[in-house]
Ligand binder design. Structure first.
Ligand SMILES: [Zn+2]
Length: 296
């Protein structure tokens, strides 16, 4: 597990809640390295990284706004670089055979970040950077990104729309921020699978959507690696959405994804933290999900 303790201004307790909850689990915990610019630029434009560097340089004078929801402070540069760096290091470790399961306990999240725009608390698209690193650096042929955060991962979809080696499959509440993720969007070669669900969907409808659309799409894609944008804000206690899931649903997803990773990827599965804004639900959901992934 890669942790990043360099917290920025927003929700500083979120990461600590997850790290505390995972203390009892048998993870080999490692400090996240800073991402290299080469890894960032597999997803993000060089101009965008330059713009961020100018914004980070201005944080000594106070918060700097990147987008209506996304502000950076003095700790943000390190946090953002370590969040992306954790995902790259996790891929390297899994590829080196050090373990088959890795979890990146990072902030800020990443799945809303577009190649040229910060959005929705996200600065770098951590999961997309991981996908490109696996493809371009390690020579994998196909990588699947599963995104069960309650919000649509618009930035990750944008990356998949330009790269048919990536399958992007998402369940999300709709209508809800960011307003993207329609079911009719299919990407380049049916490599985008969106399953928008209404507020109040609940466990049965969500599992049905996963079982009927997301999991079969991964199975058919036969990826070399499964990446998970693991946001836990679909939990019924979360204040930002109304998907109404419980911890048992995340354990169910962990089991199903573990099975697919064993079938296609020699067990290789890297997940990274996205949203989750009720601290108790976030911690319990992460434990349930990772506990299911760790089973033999
Ligand atoms: Zn979210």
């Amino acid at each position: 597990m890669w942790g990043c303790d360099a917290l920025n201004a927003r929700h500083p307790g979120r990461l600590q809640a997850v790290l505390n909850a995972l203390d009892g689990m048998s993870f080999d915990r490692r400090e996240a390295p800073l991402a290299e610019r080469l890894a960032l630029q597999r997803v993000h434009a060089g101009d965008y990284v330059d713009l961020l560097e100018r914004a980070f340089a201005q944080t000594s004078e106070g918060l700097v706004r990147l987008d209506p929801d996304t502000f950076v402070s003095t700790g943000s540069r390190e946090a953002a670089y370590r969040a992306a760096g954790a995902c790259v290091a996790a891929i390297d470790a899994v590829m080196a055979g050090e373990d088959d399961i890795a979890f990146c306990a990072v902030r800020p999240p990443g799945h809303h970040a577009e190649p040229q725009q910060a959005m929705g608390f996200c600065v770098f698209n951590n999961v997309a950077i991981a996908a490109k690193h696996a493809l371009d650096h390690h020579g994998m042929a196909r990588v699947a990104i599963v995104d069960f955060d309650v919000h649509h991962g618009n930035g990750s979809q944008t990356v998949a729309e330009h790269d048919a080696r990536i399958l992007f499959a998402s369940t999300h509440q709709s209508p809800l921020y960011p307003g993207t993720g329609a079911a009719y969007e299919h990407g380049l070669d049916n490599n985008v699978v969106n399953v928008p669900l209404p507020a109040g969907a609940g466990s049965a409808l969500w599992r049905q959507a996963m079982g009927a659309q997301v999991l079969p799409a991964i199975d058919a894609f036969a990826p070399d690696l499964i990446l998970v944008s693991a946001g836990f804000d679909a939990h019924k206690a979360d204040p930002l959405a109304q998907m109404e899931l419980g911890e048992a649903d995340f354990a169910w997803a962990g089991n199903a994804l573990r099975e697919l990773s064993l079938r296609h990827c020699k067990g290789k599965l890297v997940s990274t933290l996205e949203g989750g804004y009720d601290l108790g639900a976030l911690a319990a959901s992460a434990v349930a999900f990772l506990g299911a992934l760790q089973r033999d």
